[in-house]
Design a protein around this ligand. Structure first.
Ligand code: ADP
Length: 469
């Protein structure tokens, strides 16, 4: 086999010292083995961008940056990716902003990047493209004669057919997806939606091996739930918590990017209902919500900040006393070790998205717990993580009464039950960490017909879909 070439909208750090996030941890080994290359967007835009990839040598693997003009970057990233695809894929078609120049920029970036990649790639390389910002890449690479196998992983959810059809270019998007050799999803929910979209859009036919026949070729489909560096995060939590003071009151914690998909107003409504319904908990519990801003330049993100400030102010005004603040709201990012310790020292983890590909915070919360006195995870049924983490308290984020009842149940839960749930959740996480995720995807990309025992287990309903096809 040749090299592994990873392509993503955001590149890892070029020095290897300031990597953030688990994706780099997941792919490091595979990349460093055979002289791998990670191609990603440069952190800064340039009025006069380089026509070629800009290569940097890290100790473990090479990083090649693609540079974009500020205006093109705006229309491709904030425009098409985050004002059309992100809301549509998260079921918020009401928030889509359609502008022809956004769609044009999205294609232009993929086409340009494909030309730059085609100059460096060899036929025996494997290309792994990440996420919704770069869906057309395989199409343009293949048009340039690139022969190597190309896989795609969708980190966000894939909506149902009707929602997907709200994207003006949905048919083209479907064709672009059909140009990959393997498409990986977080959940069976997303995989099922893909099959429906291929069937409806391109008369796709599901094969017995789980692949789908579209446009005269076979595309492998698989479900690969992403995870975290479980033992690494746990170690971080233990180390940092050893030097962090415990909170005075049992703490509920929420940690999310400030995004409309995260169900933050719904979470506060549930907490407000809880305090209203169960006065015995007033002054005896607190909620810490950490929500750093993202994509501030996109209109849909401007309102949610003031909405949250208003809601937390309202709860504090209605229920707070001189000695007690019910909601503490922090609007900025935190170092990972601090977050890990905060998770460990919180009795309840609140993860209530309206629609989420996976939700890694849910996994981080579990990884950080003290197994002798663990906290309780409250998890939305609409987070991808809910397919795996069934030992959490699963709630409907649209129902404040349900959230309130779950908070009460979590706070009153016996130590035995907390330990039992934690053990189940942690054992699953430990077996399915991020290294396993990347290994499973790459194995399938190399051997598309070999679904393997793992994927069969994660592919229930396959028989049903085959028969229906
Ligand atoms: P998304 O990718 O949509 O933001 P995930 O829950 O899958 O949602 O991943 C979010 C990641 O960002 C997690 O690793 C989480 O720890 C991190 N994160 C979220 N909020 C903060 C914060 N305030 N400070 C630092 N990291 C954060």
């Amino acid at each position: 086999m040749g090299r592994l070439i990873v392509v993503s909208n955001r590149a890892p750090s070029i020095d290897g010292a300031s990597d953030s996030g688990g994706l780099v941890v997941a792919l490091k080994d595979a990349l460093s083995k055979d002289g791998g290359l990670w191609i990603g967007g440069a952190p800064e835009q340039h009025e006069d961008p380089s026509p070629e990839l800009v290569l940097h040598h890290r100790p473990d693997f090479d990083v090649a940056l693609f540079e974009l003009e500020p205006e093109l970057h705006h229309d491709y990233y904030l425009g098409y990716s985050n004002s059309v695809l992100w809301p549509a894929f998260h079921g918020r078609v009401d928030l889509i902003v359609v502008k022809p120049r956004y769609a044009a920029a999205y294609r232009q970036v993929a086409e340009r990047l494909a030309r730059q990649i085609a100059e460096t790639v060899r036929d025996d390389d494997l290309i792994w493209v990440h996420d919704y910002q770069l869906i057309p890449l395989a199409h343009y690479l293949k048009a340039l004669g690139v022969k190597c196998r190309i896989g795609f992983f969708l980190h966000i959810p894939l909506p149902d057919l009707q929602t997907f059809m709200a994207i003006p270019d949905w048919r083209e998007m479907t064709k672009w997806l059909a140009d990959y050799d393997l498409i990986g999803f977080q959940t069976r929910r997303d995989l099922a939606n893909m099959i429906t979209i291929f069937r409806h859009g391109l008369r796709g036919e599901l094969r017995a091996n789980g692949n789908i026949g579209v446009n005269g070729r076979e595309v492998a489909l698989g479900c690969f739930p992403i995870s975290i560096d479980v033992t690494g995060f746990r170690r971080l939590a233990i180390q940092r918590a050893a030097t962090t003071e415990l909170p005075l009151l049992p703490r509920l914690i929420g940690v999310d990017r400030l995004d409309y998909s995260k169900g933050l107003p719904q979470r506060l409504a549930g907490y407000e209902t809880f305090l209203g319904k169960y006065p015995q908990f007033r002054s005896n519990v607190s909620l810490l919500q950490i929500a750093p801003p993202t994509r501030d330049n996109v209109d849909a993100y401007k309102d949610i900040r003031s909405e949250l400030e208003h809601l937390s102010g309202k709860i504090n005004g209605n229920f707070g006393t001189i000695d007690w603040t019910p909601v503490q709201y922090i609007h900025r990012a935190m170092p990972r070790d601090e977050l890990a310790a905060l998770f460990r020292q919180s009795r309840v983890g609140l993860v209530t998205p309206l629609f989420d590909g996976m939700n890694l915070v849910a996994k981080e919360y579990v990884a950080a717990q003290d197994e002798t006195d663990p906290g309780v995870l409250i998890l939305s049924q609409f987070a991808g993580a809910a397919e795996e983490m069934t030992a959490a308290l699963i709630i409907n984020p649209h129902n404040p009464v349900g959230i309130a009842e779950a908070i009460k149940k979590a706070l009153e839960m016996s130590l035995d039950e907390r330990i039992e749930r934690q053990n189940t959740l942690y054992a699953h996480l430990e077996r399915n960490d991020i290294a396993r995720w990347s290994a499973a995807f790459l194995k399938r990309l190399m051997e598309p017909d070999d679904i393997g025992p793992d994927n069969v287990a994660r592919f229930p309903g396959q028989g049903l879909w085959s028969k229906a096809g």
